[in-house]
Ligand binder design. Structure first.
Ligand code: G6P
Length: 362
């Protein structure tokens, strides 16, 4: 039963736990036995025919959009821009000749995103909404809709909608890549890889007690924290720090690992927790270098790495997954970190102060 908490103390924990099931549901709905993906051909054609994709979103959906950019650019070879709805609507950048708009919205009701869609509709540009809610405003008003199939998300802090957005964006990217004869896309057995990820998510979630312990050690008396990474590890860092801020009220910043030294490193003091996310072979050594830099200034480093890139001293080592989909596993421990940090501080995990699940004012 999707909207019952059951034996879970909080919806957020239930929704973190739902993620493997959601991955399997997405595989079932969006892929075929032969490994190909199933998406309305018209959507694929329209995106393929565009010269640039604009992803428009807010909050956690915006963070998922960055991972979507990496996926679409790699598999479909179409340039992608990611924009905050509340900025894009009032300061629209110069657009390409044939833009295609993707709106990411768990609720499908976010006013900031809707005001952009109203404008792009007026301008006659094609659009697709990825949403968890069938029949929502953004779904009705866009040309096309793909559902996230995450089941109702009740906790204010979004978890399973983020991973569902990434999985469905990967499906979209592969559909376009396959239709364009892209080799990397054709070789990518997404149904298999997402099923592997579902099982790995389960093993990470089973490590809850370890994460709870580590949180006590790293976050119990801190006011601030950093998440750093490069590329998709940076994008996950943005989401990981948003999660921590939203519910535990620890001031956290997700930072591009290489940029830290150009100013923000001034904030590192003795004991400042710095979480390093390392899932990309290309950038692992550089991010480790940046972790050394902060460590020598007193930071309390916490490394989350993939097994093949891990060091013995790393705090959390995750099983390897396909390189295109690492955010789907690296984000899970960061959700649990935010969850336990909040519990340990005695706050209501599901109902953080000042926040609403869906914001219908601009
Ligand atoms: C609100 C929520 C966030 C969410 C954002 C976008 O601010 O508190 O968790 O990410 O809206 O919501 P959407 O439904 O458009 O994805």
């Amino acid at each position: 039963n999707d909207i019952e908490k059951g034996t879970y103390p909080y919806y957020m924990l239930k929704e973190i736990n739902d993620q493997p099931t959601v991955m399997r549901r997405i595989v079932k709905e969006y892929t075929k036995q032969n490994g190909s993906v199933v998406i309305e051909p018209e959507i694929v054609e329209k995106i393929k025919a565009s010269d640039r994709v604009y992803i428009i979103a807010c909050g956690t959906s915006y963070n998922a959009g960055w991972v979507g950019k990496a996926l679409i650019e790699k598999m479909a070879q179409i340039p992608v821009e990611v924009h905050l709805s509340s900025e894009f609507g009032y300061n629209m950048p110069l657009l390409s000749k044939n833009p295609f708009f993707i709106f990411l919205s768990q609720s499908g009701e976010t006013a900031d995103s809707r005001q952009v869609l109203v404008q792009t509709n007026r301008l006659g540009y094609p659009s697709l909404t990825l949403t968890n809610v069938a029949g929502s405003t953004l779904s009705r008003e866009a040309d096309y809709t793909l559902l996230l199939l995450a089941g109702p998300e009740i906790a204010v802090a979004s978890t399973k909608a983020y991973t569902a957005q990434i999985a469905v964006l990967a499906i979209v990217a592969k559909a376009i890549g396959d239709a364009s004869g892209n080799e990397q896309s054709e070789k990518f057995d997404i149904a298999h890889e997402l099923s592997v990820i579902a099982s790995i998510m389960e093993t990470i979630i089973d490590e809850k007690a370890t994460i709870d312990q580590l949180v006590t050690e790293y976050l119990s008396d801190t006011r601030n924290a950093f998440y750093i990474g490069r590329g998709v590890d940076y994008y996950v860092s943005m989401e990981a720090s948003l999660k921590l801020k939203e519910i535990s009220y620890i001031q956290a910043e997700g930072f591009a690992a290489g940029e830290l030294k150009h100013g923000t490193i001034a904030l590192i003091e003795k004991g400042t927790p710095v979480f390093g996310v390392i899932t990309d072979k290309k950038t692992a050594a550089h991010t480790r270098g940046n972790l050394k830099e902060v460590e020598s200034r007193g930071a309390h480093n916490f490394v989350i790495s993939l097994a093949s890139l891990s060091k013995e001293s790393d705090q959390l080592v995750l099983p390897d997954v396909h390189s295109l989909l690492t955010p789907l596993v690296s984000v899970v421990p960061t959700q649990l970190i935010a969850y336990f940090a909040t519990l340990q501080r005695g706050y209501d995990v599901d109902k953080p102060r000042n926040l609403a699940k869906s914001v219908t004012v601009e």
